[in-house]
Design a binder for this molecule. Sequence first.
Ligand code: HEC
Ligand code: HEC
Length: 434
Amino acid sequence: MKAHRKLFTVSSILAGSLAFAACARGGDSPDPSTDPSIDPGTSIAISEEGSGVHVNAITEAPTGFDSSNNGLCASQAVMDTARGSFEQVEGFDDGIGPVFNNISCVSCHQNPTSATGAGSQITELRAGHFNGASFVDHPGGSLINDRANDRSIQEHILSGNEVRTLRLTLSTTGDGFVESIDSNTLVAISNAQPAGQRGTVIQVPVAEAGGATRVGRFGWKNQNASLLTFSGDAYVNEMGITNRLFPTENTSNGTNVQGGPFDGKADPAGDAEDTESDIDAFALFMRCQKAPPRGPINANVTAGQTVFTQIGCAVCHTATITTAPAGTVINAGRFTVPTALGDKNIHPFGDFLLHDVGTGDGIVQNGGQGTRNQVRTAPLWGIGARTRFMHDGASVTASDAIQRHNNQAATAKNNFNALSATSQQNVLAFIFSL
Ligand code: HEC
Ligand code: HEC
C-alpha cells in the first residue's frame, strides 16, 4: 500500500485536469479522463491510494434497486448498454463452457426484477482437502462447475475432497462505492476493532495491474479488490468465457477440455473468447449502480438499530464508510475514483473484513491458510431482498443466521439472546429495513 501523496492538487475543475493521472493508470480500465462513456465530474484532488484528504464535501451515495445511473456513466443510455452486456445470454458458439455455472451474469445476479446485478438464491460449489496443516485445492481448482457442454466432462467432487461448501450469490449493487473505499480505510476499521474481534485484512492481486496487490473486499473470502478483475474472473469461472485478464479455460476436474468438441469458440492466444471486451462493460455497469435503498423506517426500526449497536453487532456490521476522495488512484494504478463515487458516505452494515464467527468453510482463496475458516462480514444492505443467508445460504431466516454467530461474534449473539422478545423483534425489523 502506498502512503505517499501524489504530486499535486488541481484547484480548478476541468475534465482535462484528470489526464495527468493517466500515466499512473494504464489503459485497461475505463478511465474517467479519456473514456467518453464516463463523466469525469468535478473532482479536484489527484492523489494515490493512501493520502485520503477530502477536498470536496462528503455527501450520501445515491440509492436505488433500479439499474439507474449513479452519475458515473455519461448517460443512462450508456449504462443501459452496459447492462445489456451483463444481461446477455451466451451460447455454445459464443464460447460458453466447456464447464460453467450459468449462461449470463443476470441469471444469478438479480432480485428484485428491476435490480440487475443484485443477488439471488443461486449457490455454487467449492471443494478441496485439508491435509492437517493446509487446505489443498480440489484437482482443477476448488470451484466445481455445475454445468458442462457435454455430460462426459461434467465435474464431480472426487473422493478425498472432504472440505465442501456452497456459496450464495452476492449482490453487486453499490459495489462501485465499495471498490472506491481507500485500502487504508479498511485497515483503520480493523485497527479500531477490539483485539478479540479484529477483522483480517488481506492483499489480493489486481489482474489488470499485472497482479500488483490491493486490500481485498469482494467475494465471501475477500478474494478480489477490483470490479474489473472480478468481471474477468466471473466470465471465465461462471460462464467459461476466456478474456484478456483470464485467458485460460477451466479444466474438468483437472483434465484439459479446452477446444475440440467441448468448446464452440477457439481461444487464440492473446485474443480470448471475449472478443467484444464484455468485461469492461460488466465493470462499468457495476460501477454505475446506486447503493441498495433502505426500506421504510418506523419507530421499531429506529429502536432496533439502537439495540443492534448496543449489543455489539455494529463492531463488524459497520454502519457508515466514506469512500476515497475523488481523484484518488486505486486498483494499483488502474482506476481513478471519479466524482460520482468519491467522497460518498455508504451504509453497508459490513466492514469488508474477514472474521472467524465459527462458520468458516475451510476453503482458502488468495488470503493464505490463516483465512481458511474466516468469512467476510456479510454486508446487510439490501438484505430485505434476500431469502437465504450466510455464505452457504443454509440459514433461511435472519434469526437462524444470528444463532450461527460464534467465536468472534459469540458475545454479540449472547447479548442478542438475552434481549426481551420485543427488542429482538426490533433488531429483526431493523435488519429487514436494510
Ligand atoms: C452461477 C451464478 C453466477 C453467475 C453466472 C455470476 N455470478 Fe457473480 N457471484 C456469484 C456467487 C456465488 C458469488 C459469490 C462468490 C464467492 O465469493 O465465492 C458472486 C460474486 C460476484 C461479485 C462480488 C460481489 C461482492 O460484493 O462481493 C461480483 C462483482 C460478481 N459476482 C460479478 C459477476 C459478473 C460480472 C458476472 C458475469 C460475468 C457474474 N458475476 C456471474 C454467482 C454468479
Ligand atoms: C465478529 C464480527 C461479527 C459480529 C460481532 C456480528 N456479525 Fe453478523 N456476520 C458476521 C459474518 C462474518 C457473517 C457472515 C458469516 C457467514 O456467511 O458464514 C455475518 C452474517 C450475518 C447475517 C447474515 C447476512 C446475510 O446476508 O447472509 C446477519 C443477519 C447478521 N450477521 C446479523 C448480526 C447481528 C444481529 C449481530 C449482533 C447480534 C451480528 N451479526 C454480529 C460477522 C459478525
